[in-house]
Design a protein around this ligand. Sequence first.
Ligand SMILES: [Mg+2]
Length: 248
Amino acid sequence: MAMDDMTGNKPAPPAIELARDAVFLDFDGCLVEIAPRPDAVVIPPDLPAMLTTLAEALDGALAVVSGRSLRDLEHFLSGYAGPMVGSHGAEARGMDPPLAESPAELTALQAELARFAQTQGLLYEEKSHGGALHFRADPTRQQEVEEFTAALADRFPAFAIQPAKMAVELRPEGYSKDGALALLSELPDFSGRRPVYAGDDRTDEPALAWAEANEGYGIKIGEGESAARFHLPEPEDLRAWLAAAVRG
Ligand SMILES: [Mg+2]
C-alpha cells in the first residue's frame, strides 16, 4: 500500500465546534510552511489576528504547541497573546509556574552542539532548553548527525533525542507535546472540552494519538502515516479551516 493510501485518502476534519472544542496547533509545517532555514519562515500577515479572533471565539481554548523556543514563537506570532508551549513542552507562556527550569548542563550541551555544527558545516539552531542540528541543506549528513547527538545524549542524561524533519534536536528529558496537552487540558479554559490537535511531524504523533484517545481527534498536515483520523494537505488548508470557524 502506498503512503498516499494511508493519509491522502483520510477525510478533511469537520468544522470546529466553538462551544465544544479545545484547539491545539503545531507551528512549523502546520500553521506555516516549512522554510529552508528555521529563521526564514514566512508568517501570513493576518495569522496572529486570526488566531486571536479564533481564541476569543473558543473562550480561550486555543494554544500553539511547538518544538520551537518560546521566544521564537513570540517573535513570529507577535500580536497573538494566547497560550503557547515551546521546546516540546519544556516551557510555556500563559501558564504559571513555567513547566520546566533549564537543566544545569544546558550551556555545556549547547556549546558542544555549536562547536560540532561549526566544524562540520552544519546549521545549528539554539533553543532556550536545548538545541538542534539541521541537515536539510545536505540530507546525506543525517547519519553523522544522529551518531553525534546519540553520543551527546549519553553524556548529558538530562536531555533526550528528539528526531524532527531534517534535523535532530536535544531537548530536556521528560517533556513532550502530549504531556503538554495533558497539562493544558487541566486548565480552566481547556478542561471539559474535546481536544483537537493539528501537526505535521514525527514529534506530533504522540499528541495526535493523545487527542484521538481523549475523545477528540487529530489532523495530520501533509503526507505520512499518522495516528490522526483526519488529514489536510498543506498549512494553507489548515489556516483556511481555522478561518472558516470565525468567518461571520
Ligand atoms: Mg511541525
